[in-house]
Design a protein around this ligand. Structure first.
Ligand SMILES: NC(=O)c1ccc[n+]([C@@H]2O[C@H](COP(=O)([O-])OP(=O)(O)OC[C@H]3O[C@@H](n4cnc5c(N)ncnc54)[C@H](OP(=O)(O)O)[C@@H]3O)[C@@H](O)[C@H]2O)c1
Length: 247
């Protein structure tokens, strides 16, 4: 039996992944702070989804959530650490509180989630954990210093853990979505190239979770272009991004 624990499941990508996993017959344990969103998800989940409210920035609280998840639904076999947030930043009006918050949620939340599940996975010598990062982890982007820094750290963390945990039978993956239409991106006022619907993102994520590759990245063409940008020397990269974004 596949038992998925997913954070950030009350809306957006997490909700779509939870529903797609339930449709595949997986047992799904869903965590987020918003109980209303979780209740709606459970109702849509045809009896396969249960809600375990929690805040990923609360390490002790999250450990108790994972205790409750396994007591109710058995050992977690797949964990998707999806909860995260974004807020634009402007280096010319530097506000450290935004950086603190995004690091606490995006990186700290991943660390707290790992602290809750990894001892169980390593003791069982099995389990799969996927950390949701972003294509924004590939290089620093304008007006996104806090987000890029937090997601680049998540990607580096996933790479290190992949190396550390392979020998003990725990598989680590990273998820690099491009733009996905969710309540998070609905706030964006700029054009979002290659925007995909959350259901399409969920399908890509589930296929990736069933495979053995490290990186689950989509949509392909956008990822290809951004990986080309990553190869450029700084001088060219900065000039190109400045021209494209008008910064
Ligand atoms: N949408 C995109 O284009 C895109 C692209 C690349 C990467 N991503 C990443 O994909 C993930 C999901 O993004 P999304 O677009 O689906 O965002 P979203 O619509 O804002 O959903 C975020 C989810 O995270 C939960 N969450 C936020 N803070 C939390 C906390 N402290 N504790 C527990 N849950 C928390 C939210 O639930 P509550 O508020 O109810 O707690 C919600 O369920 C994020 O990590 C994001 O960075 C998104």
């Amino acid at each position: 039996m596949t038992h998925l624990w997913i954070t950030g499941a009350s809306q957006g990508i997490g909700r779509a992944v939870a529903l797609a996993a339930a449709q595949r017959g997986w047992t799904v344990s869903a965590t987020a702070r918003g109980e209303e969103g979780l209740t709606a998800l459970v109702l849509a989940g045809a009896g396969r989804i249960s809600a375990f409210p929690g805040d990923i920035t609360d390490r002790a609280g999250l450990a108790a959530v994972v205790d409750a998840v396994e007591a109710a639904n058995g050992p977690i076999t797949v964990a998707v650490l999806n909860a995260g947030t974004h807020q634009p930043t402007d280096g010319a009006a530097f506000d450290p509180s935004v950086y603190d918050r995004l690091i606490a949620v995006n990186l700290g939340g991943a660390i707290n989630s790992l602290a809750a599940i990894l001892p169980r996975f390593t003791a069982r010598k099995s389990g799969r954990v996927a950390l949701v990062s972003s294509v924004a982890a590939y290089r620093g982007l304008p007006k996104a210093g806090a987000y890029c820094a937090s997601k680049a750290a998540v990607t580096a963390l996933a790479e290190s853990l992949r190396l550390d945990l392979a020998a003990v039978g725990v598989r680590v993956q990273v998820i690099h979505p491009g733009f996905v239409r969710t309540p998070l991106t609905d706030k964006n006022t700029f054009p979002m190239p290659f925007l995909v619907e959350p259901e399409a993102a969920a399908a890509r994520i589930l296929t990736g979770l069933e495979g053995n590759g490290f990186e689950i990245a989509f949509p392909r063409r956008f990822v290809f272009l951004l990986k080309l940008l990553r190869l450029l020397p700084y001088r060219l990269y900065f000039a190109l991004v400045a021209r494209q974004t008008g910064v």
